[in-house]
Design a protein around this ligand. Sequence first.
Ligand code: AMP
Ligand code: ZN
Length: 499
Amino acid sequence: MEPARGGCRVALAGEYPAPSVTLTFYNTLTRRPEPFTPAEPGKVRMYHCGPTVYRRPHVGNFRAFLFADLLRRVLERRGFEVQQVMNVTDVGHFTQEDEDRGEDRMEMESRLTGKDPWQISREITELFESDMARLRAKKPMVRPRATDHIPEMLQMVDTLLAKGVAYRAGAGGQNIYFSVNAFDRYGELSGNRVEALEAGARIEVNPEKKHPADFALWKSDPKHIMKWKSQFGEHGFPGWHIECSAMARKYLGDTLDIHTGGEDLVFPHHECEVAQSEAATGRTFVRTWMHVQFLKVDGGKMSKSLGNVYSIDDVVARGFEPRHLRFLLLRAHYRAPLNFTWDAMTDAKGAIDRLASFLWDVKSCVIKGAAPGVDEAIAKARAGFDAGLDDDLNTAAATAAIFELVTDVRAKAGAPMKLSRAQAEAISQLLDEFDAVFDILTPEPLSDVERTEVESLVAERQSARARADYARADEIRKILTEKRVIVEDSKDGVRWRRM
Ligand code: AMP
Ligand code: ZN
């Protein structure tokens, strides 16, 4: 059946044939929005830089990780088969300062906490996976760990040496660097050209490097706890960038359709990935690069000293559900500024509640003749929702279209709401599609404490009704509705269930 645009027959997710829809994505590489077409029709290969598992991911990290989930859902909604990989970095993540100190983040955390880096990695990976599940991120096809892919990395380092774009340095030639001067396109992604990097280099440049922007592919250090024996020596470990190049290639092939990460990764991480991968394979590494703007917290950077590096547990401890955070992070366009505050969390929660009670009212509306103007409002909302998501995942526009529908229908269909069956179904379908992308409308299962609370409210409502205090009974029904609890009165008594 042909999905109709607007009106009562609304297309279901997955009914869209991919070629008829044009998705536009902003490509960091070309610095402009481009129509998206994967290399192989109908199939998308995408890779996301995942967490460095030295500390529990914070709300900022989840902006980047949930963007990956959003992208997948939007692609799937448009009928693409998506092969999605998000790695876990459990060794070798140096920042520039770390590199000078010769310590990666895992080892730094190990020094600070006294824990074994392998144990840190296991614990944080588990937390990351459960946090992602709580945030309703779909599981990627693979979540490869860097430490499980050392042979693939070493093989790529060998290839780069054989091609003369990498060199050995240090005692016994145990440190291997990529030579940025040997790769013409170095700097194309970030706009940092090699000459400018040289001019801007700090004085204390690592003397082993031929050029200050050269970066480590493999390093040697007997003091490093996570280390491997290789053709380059006894105590080596990989550089950070080579990990993603090797893992992406293993699971997705030489050319990826999409690669994502936070904006801080454009340089040096992604610039270096391009250089290594393209130098090694001779093929385009990534066709579309997408980067998420950094989340701010209270208007600034997160920091331990400010105590604002929030995890999901901090969010839940304040009385929110993970889906409230999910919505806060997803409803702003991924390239727009976004500020995390507790007020913004309250606002996100309020918006979800408004939408859920609207859906409830639609589902329990009085079926009458078609409410005038509602068909048009549905058509407008659908068009706005589709256009928003297809336009570089503009979730702000897509969400606004849905909330406009809420206002329009409430204004036109009265209270209690009166709609035709077709109108009610069309609205429900559109909200189902909204939720197939945003996944925020289903509440968390009730905890034992909440269950007891609901049961006592239901009992209180019963006794209010028994003494003919209908005002109080109604009030309680309202409270229960806010908790997404439906009370059903039948001749067998009262039952309640989750909306
Ligand atoms: P890391 O664990 O530091 O390797 O970071 C994992 C991912 O989170 C990367 O894609 C980062 O760019 C991203 N990220 C880190 N901080 C933020 C933030 N405040 N907002 C958005 N993304 C972030
Ligand atoms: Zn990466």
